[in-house]
Design a protein around this ligand. Sequence first.
Ligand code: MN
Length: 487
Amino acid sequence: MKYEFWFVVGSQFLYGPEVLETVEARAREMAAELSKVLPYPLVYKVTAKTNKEITDVVKEANYRDECAGIITWCHTFSPSKMWINGLANLQKPYCHLATQYNKEIPNEEIDMDFMNLNQAAHGDREHGFIAARLRMPRKVVAGYWQDEKVHKRLSDWMKAAVGVAVSKDMKVMRFGDNMREVAVTEGDKVEVQRKLGWQVNTWAVGDLVKEMNKVTEAEVDALVDEYEASYVIATDNLYAIRYQAKEEIAMKKMLDREGCRAFTNTFQDLYGMEQLPGLASQHLMAQGYGYGGEGDWKVSAMTAILKAMGENGNGASGFMEDYTYHLVEGQEYSLGAHMLEVCPSLAADKPRIETHHLGIGMNEKDPARLVFEGKAGRGIVVSLIDMGGRLRLIVQDIEAVKPIMPMPNLPVARVMWRALPDLTTGVECWITAGGAHHTVLSYDVTAEQMRDWARMMDIEFVHIGADTTPEKLEEELLVKDLVWKLK
Ligand code: MN
């Protein structure tokens, strides 16, 4: 889907046709200029002066799949009672850009004509009131429309809004059920479909094996060529690589046939397969598919959504798991990895394909997997949990580092990071909030974008960052628990 956003500008008839012509011309110019610097086109739609014009543009926005959201701005005053019917029916993400056409107050030129035309300072407040009065979920971005800071914030919001569109279209393919007895990977699939739009369904592992048996040697050859171009082959076990290629081709065919953008499997259910998909799942993630281990469909769908919200619609985000800590004073870090499936978009350097024995699960042969170190840099980890009756999205700021030791005998990709505000306080906060051991780790999606996404999806949002304390967090969770029971 080629997404776009619509620019809806508020005005009224009071100023006469000349002012309205100027408003429209400027709004068109702004949309065209902003489209050059934003990740998605901003399409000028209307200078709205009546209830009907607003209601009509909202109806059309709701109906058009390519419209991922609307951005409103009031160049002049726009009495907001005429916005009520439209906004009350709006089903798309909504950003209020509080800006003005002119950057400076023109000292010599300013007179009452100028004032009649350039009234965003109070037009945007009237517009803001009605959205507050209607309890509209919205993003407010204030600043000069040509400033880079404004561009960055609009860009980030657009990507979060595309995350909403991707979520509402999300289908997850589950091979097998959740790992036995695990609690945090469970959840109410009916409620998740109502709230987030996800269609989460299961397919038999036997059907995947049948699909694998239909894969041709030529198809495997072509994918192995692609592996060779993308990764360093660091094993003699070409059989394992070819087997993973066969798994990947079969899974991709099934995913694409069903329109699924995310999948799960579990090492407890591999009947008819020789290896848990490692390289296969990793290379699918590299192409933008979401993945969750042990049947974790929530983290799988979230991985696909964060990828879509990242750079160029497939950013540096991947399925992650907290494994073990380094608790030496002054060097406290968390080591994240998974038994195989870490996305190469997180890699600092070209990943190596290796084969090693995997003791857990039903692997008859040593699975091939990509091994690498994660990039250093700021990021977030994200966990979506089911609190019973509602979803809670937990986001923690992290600082990833180049792993401080080489760990030559660890046969999996690894990322090392410090949770904020510091490792142990961060862990206390994470555990207090109920965050899972599975997360999506992202280098290019921000906590603010996830907050925007959660607001648009109407789910609880908890952010753990530099200023979080366990005491404040506990109080916040108590209040939110009450609020979300009432909603
Ligand atoms: Mn796991």
